[in-house]
Structures are given as C-alpha cells and as structure tokens.
Design a protein around this ligand. Structure first.
Ligand SMILES: Nc1ncnc2c1ncn2[C@@H]1O[C@H](COP(=O)(O)OP(=O)(O)OP(=O)(O)O)[C@@H](O)[C@H]1O
Ligand SMILES: [Mg+2]
Length: 264
C-alpha cells in the first residue's frame, strides 16, 4: 500500500534513540528539495523533534520554502509555534491514517519514525519504498536495526512486497573505527547479513547547526553568497565546509535513489 498523495515514501528509523534519524531526515529533505522535488516530512515521533526543527528555523527567519513539515500529532503548527506541547501524545493507527490521507501531494515523503516497535511503525513501514536505518558505534543500535529488519521481513512475507532497507553509519569518523564498540556493531550487522549503505554520515558542525533548528545547508550557502559585506576570499573560506557538508548528504541521497530504483 503506497502512501496517499506521495510519489515515493522513505522512512528514517531505528528503535534505538539518538542515532541521527531526525537530522538525516532534515538533511535529505533539503537535498531532495534542492533537486527540484516537492519534499515533505511527516513527523511521527511524539517528541516532535523534526517539527521543532521546522518551527525554530522559521522563527529564526529561515524560509524552508521547498520543504513542508507535518506533525502526525498535529500539536505544533509552524505558524503558531508552541514548542512545549505534544511530548506525551499517543498516536493510534486510525489517527495516523487520517493524517496521512490529509497530507497534500508531494514527490518525496520522508517519515521520521520515532519510538520503539508499534503497530503505527509497522503501518508506516508498509507504506515505504525505501527505509534508511541510522546506526552509531554502539551495539544496541545494531540490535535495534536488526529488529527493524525483522519487521520489514514480516511485512515482505505478509504482502509479497520487499522494501529495500539499509543501515547507515552515523558519526564513524568521530570515533576510533577499530574500537571494540565499532567492531561489535559491525559484527552484529554482518552476522545478521544486514544490508549496510556504503556512504556514512560524518560528524560535522554544520550538521549539528542544522539539527539545532538553523534552517538548511542550502539556505546558509545562499546567505553567504548574497552577503555584500564579505570579500570573495572570505566567502570562499566560509563556503568550503558547507559545500563539503552538502556533498556528504548528496552521496547518501544517491544511495537512497539507488534503493528506490531497486524497489521499482
Ligand atoms: N553526524 C552528525 N553531525 C553532527 N551532529 C549530529 C550528527 N548526527 C546527529 N547529530 C546531533 O545529535 C543529536 C541527536 O540526533 P537526532 O536528534 O537526529 O537523533 P534521533 O535518532 O532522531 O533521536 P531521537 O531518538 O531522540 O528522535 C542532535 O542534536 C543532532 O543534531
Ligand atoms: Mg528524532
């Protein structure tokens, strides 16, 4: 069953918390939008971190023109921000289906799926054309990724439709890649024959800035380009790390597109 009104649907998920799901959702939405697609994010995490990112970014004057964000719980409205509400909201499959049906048409629907296993997570996965599962250098993130994989295999058995999914490492350059934790994480994924994306998300200040509610990398790039107070050499120096950060997202985006082609 495809998502109503969306050309393609991609979930970013892991039952393990704090692995970069929301950040990767924001970065990919901006990249799809930069490529001319109508990108939309459906924030189904009761913590509403993606909605918070959107609301804070708007308050701070970022336009986010090409990205629409909808909260499944509907408690944070971008035009009437109130970031304190909604943290405890429970979602039912019925509410979720109703909200999904209400979403306007888009090319790419990215779903930030928060929380542990739930009927709602299963429902959302079953709508997807591809699923990205961020993992960090901690074995629990692999264990939980494998749990997501099991759900996806059950969906494939029940529906006859195989949804491509891959784990994607986040923060790998930040840590010693030969550390015990890293080896354990990799060993777990390999033992489960878990598909792993080639690119990984590196740790970057620019990603942290975006994640903290400061718009998109593209808006920063635009702002520097148009800043008349900066000399060309200053612009160049400021642009370099942003371009590198954008390139890092582009390779992940390419991987997602390859997964989508696999699902056709
Ligand atoms: N590669 C990275 N570079 C810089 N900052 C990062 C990176 N990955 C994650 N972060 C930051 O780490 C924090 C946790 O990431 P994020 O909120 O995206 O994780 P999550 O999996 O969505 O967490 P939750 O389970 O709470 O929803 C955020 O502040 C985010 O901006
Ligand atoms: Mg999150």
């Amino acid at each position: 069953m495809p998502a109503p009104n969306a050309q393609v649907t991609i979930a970013i998920t892991n039952f393990k918390g704090g692995v970069g799901k929301s950040l990767l959702t924001h970065l990919l939405a901006a990249e799809f939008a930069a490529q001319g697609h109508r990108a939309q994010i459906f924030d189904t995490d009761p913590q509403q971190s993606t909605t918070r990112w959107y609301v804070l970014s708007k308050q701070r004057g970022y336009k986010l023109d090409d990205i629409a964000v909808f909260s499944a719980s509907g408690t944070l409205e971008p035009d009437q921000p109130s970031v304190d509400k909604g943290a405890t909201l429970e979602l039912s499959s019925t509410t979720l289906k109703a909200r999904l049906a209400d979403l306007p048409p888009c090319d790419v629907l990215l779903i930030d799926v928060g929380g542990y296993w739930s009927e709602e997570a299963v429902l959302l996965y079953s709508l997807c054309d591809a699923i990205l599962i961020p993992v960090v250098n901690e074995a629990t993130s692999a264990t939980q990724a494998i749990e997501v994989g099991k759900v996806l295999q059950n969906i494939a058995r029940a529906t006859g439709r195989t949804i491509p999914y891959r784990a994607i490492f986040n923060s790998v350059t930040h840590i010693n890649q030969n550390s015990m934790a890293m080896m354990e994480t990799l060993a777990e994924l390999k033992a489960a024959k878990f598909p792993i994306a080639k690119p990984f998300l590196t740790v970057r200040d620019w990603y942290a800035r975006v994640g903290a509610g400061y718009g998109t990398l593209y808006e920063w790039q635009e702002a520097i380009r148009n800043d008349a107070t900066l000399r060309p050499w200053q612009k160049k120096r400021m642009m370099q790390p942003i371009e590198a950060a954008i390139d890092g997202v582009k390779v992940i985006n390419n991987e997602v597109v390859a997964m989508l082609e696999q699902s056709i």
